[in-house]
Design a protein around this ligand. Structure first.
Ligand code: CO8
Length: 259
């Protein structure tokens, strides 16, 4: 469903929307057009009751090799700051439905940042991550210094961002950036399988879980725990919560309504 210039959109399993970055000649380098298409596709998936989770992927060679350097080369301060360049590049974090990034090949610079914005990151065993912006005389601009640091800790993030060196799927996994590593050719199937499993859960509970986990990055522990408890109380108002517990007691499979 949907037709875009740089993005393929499909439904590989019930409840799953798959977005495949498709700018092969530039190794899926990100420009405003591609990012706008990603945002549009995510918004559309959020509005679609049939969809419970989103998978975002690239090709075997590249998830995305960064922001489009050719498009940035002649930018100046007035155009970047005044024109609010990349202000919408982080919009995917507004998705209320979970996003899984399935990363094969290069995920560099903005590509790594887009992958880190996802709720779950799966890596193919040959994936190559990095924040190489320092080598271009600049720095990460779409959350790299913040999300990488929160995910893997200060000294590792500092080393990677200051040297610009690449890191492997195994390192990403060991450090807690990637949830799982799969053989490259199995990665997409596994990501779709996980997305389908998520999509098969009660939609309001999925949304609530994602919201509460994200709150862990925004507040103190006691505030976060209170936040969680209040949403937990709120779910007692959902029909699916009653159905889920009733189905357990009646030893049958629950049927979700999304209400
Ligand atoms: N931008 C534009 N074009 C690119 C990019 C890029 N980031 N990466 C690769 N390409 C193009 C190449 O120019 C080449 O095109 P052409 O054939 O026309 O010359 C084509 O893709 C294939 O690339 P290579 O020939 O270089 O392929 P190799 O296999 O030799 O090398 C690499 C692959 C190692 C990935 C190499 O292409 C590379 O180093 N790319 C640049 C990586 C990089 O520095 N990325 C960071 C960019 S800066 C950034 O992302 C800042 C983020 C700021 C905010 C972003 C918000 C999301």
């Amino acid at each position: 469903a949907g037709s875009y210039e740089h993005l393929l959109v499909s439904k590989p399993a019930p409840g799953v929307r798959l977005l495949t970055l498709n700018r092969p000649k530039a190794l899926n380098a990100l420009n405003n057009a591609l990012v706008s298409e990603i945002n549009h596709a995510i918004t559309t998936a959020n509005q679609d009751k049939e969809i419970g989770a989103i998978v975002i992927t690239g090709s075997e060679r590249a998830f995305a090799a960064g922001a489009d350097i050719k498009a940035m080369k002649d930018l100046n301060f007035a155009k970047a700051y005044g024109g609010n360049f990349i202000s919408h590049w982080s919009d995917q974090i507004n998705s209320r439905k979970p996003i899984i990034a399935a990363v094969n090949g290069y995920a560099l610079g903005g590509g790594c940042e887009i992958a880190m914005m996802a709720d779950i990151l799966y890596a193919g065993d040959k994936a190559v991550f990095g924040q190489p912006e320092i080598k271009l005389g600049t720095m990460p601009g779409a959350g790299g210094t913040q999300r990488l640091t929160r995910a893997i800790g200060k000294v590792r993030a500092m080393e990677l961002i200051l040297t610009g060196r690449n890191f492997t799927a195994q390192e990403a996994f060991d450090w807690g950036l990637a949830a799982r590593v799969f053989p490259a050719e199995k990665l997409l199937d596994e990501a779709v399988k996980a997305a389908a499993e998520i999509a098969g859960n009660a939609p309001l509970a999925v949304m609530a879980c994602k919201d509460a986990v994200n709150q862990a990055f925004e507040s103190s522990l006691s505030t976060g725990v209170r936040y969680e408890r209040n949403i937990f109380y709120g779910l007692f108002g959902s029909e699916d919560r009653r159905e889920g517990m009733t189905a357990f007691v009646e030893k049958r499979k629950a049927e979700w309504k999304g209400e």
